[in-house]
Design a protein around this ligand. Sequence first.
Ligand code: XIL
Length: 357
Amino acid sequence: MRRVVFFSALLVAGISSIEAQPVPSLAAVYQPYFPIGAAVEPQTLQTHGDLLAAQVNSLVAENAMKWDHIHPRRGNDSSAYNFSGADAIVAFAQEHGMRVRGHTLIWHQQGPPMVFRGAGGQATRAEVLERMRDHITTLLTRYRGKVYAWDVVNEALADAGAWRTDSPWFQTAGADEDGDGIPDSSVKAFEYARSADPTAKLFYNDYGIEAGDKLERAYNLVKALKQKGLVDGVGIQGHWSIYTPDAGTVRAAIERFASLGVEVQITELDLSVYRWGDTSSLPELRPDLASRQAARYAALFEVFRKEAGKLTGVTFWGVADDETWLDSFPVAGRKDWPLLFGTDHQPKGAFWAVARW
Ligand code: XIL
C-alpha cells in the first residue's frame, strides 16, 4: 500500500516536472543554424508579443508592407502612403534585436487597381513602370538598414505554363523588350530595388517551387536574374501540409537553388492538417494528426539543420494556431492548426519535435 502511494507520488511529480519544464526559445536553440522568423500583423505585436519576443529573432509583415496596405492612395507623396503598421513592426523588431524581411514589392494580389489605370483606361507600360519605381524606391529608402531582405517579386510563375499571365503587372509591363526571357515587369522590379538599396538582399519568392516543373522554371528564372547580378536569394514559401512534400524533396530543392550561388530561405512555413483539395473540416486537432504534424516538422527541421550553410532563414507564417490565414484559405471559416503553438499559445508536440532532437 505504502509502495503504491510512493510510486504514484513519483508519477505525479514526474508529470508535473515535465509540465513545469521551461519552454526553450526556438531562436536560441537555432542560433547556430539560422534565424527563426514569424509573420505578424501590427495587432499581433500586442496579442502575441511575449511569445514573439521569447521565440523568434526575425519578423516579416503578413500584410502591412503589401501595396494595398502601405500605399493605399494614388501618387507618390507621403500622403499616398500609410506606414503606420509597417513602422510598428519594424520598431518592435528593433526593440527586441530582431531582423526584418520585407514582403512584398510586386505581386499580382493586394495591389490597388488604380495602379494599373491611366487616362485612357489601362495605364501605359511607361506609367506602370514609373509607379513601380517610385513605390520600390520609397520603401527601400525608408527602411534602408532596417529591412535586410526584400521579397522583390512574389509568385511571378504560373502553376502550369510559363508566367502568371493573369497578373496586372505582367499584362501592363510584362513584355520582354530586352529579350532576356524574363517579363520586364519582374526584371525592372529587381533593377529598381537594387539601385534604391544596394545593401538589401533581394529575393524571388514563390510557392510550389520545391518540386517538378515549377522548380525548374524557378531555377531558370533565378539563374537569369543572378547572371544580371539582380538576385541574392530564393524564398520557398513552405505552405505545406502534414502529408506533402516529404523532407527529401525539400532538401533537393534547397540544394538545387543553392547551386546557383544564391541564399535559400523558407519564408512562409505552415503545415496544414488537411490534404490539399480536401474541403472537410475538423472540430479539433485530432491526436493522430498532431503526431503526424510533429513527425513532419521534425523531418523538415532535420533537413533544415543539415542545410544550414545554404539556408539563411526559416520563417513561420504566424506564431500560434489562434491566428492563421489558413482559417480562411483555401476553405473560408474552416479551422486549421498549422503552427508550433496552440490556440492557447502553449507549445504543441510539433514545437517539441523542432526544439529537441
Ligand atoms: C496572405 C495573408 O496571410 C492573408 O492575411 C491575406 O489575406 C492574403 O495573403 N503567399 C504569400 C502571402 O506570399 O503574402 C500570403 O499572405 C499567403 C500566400
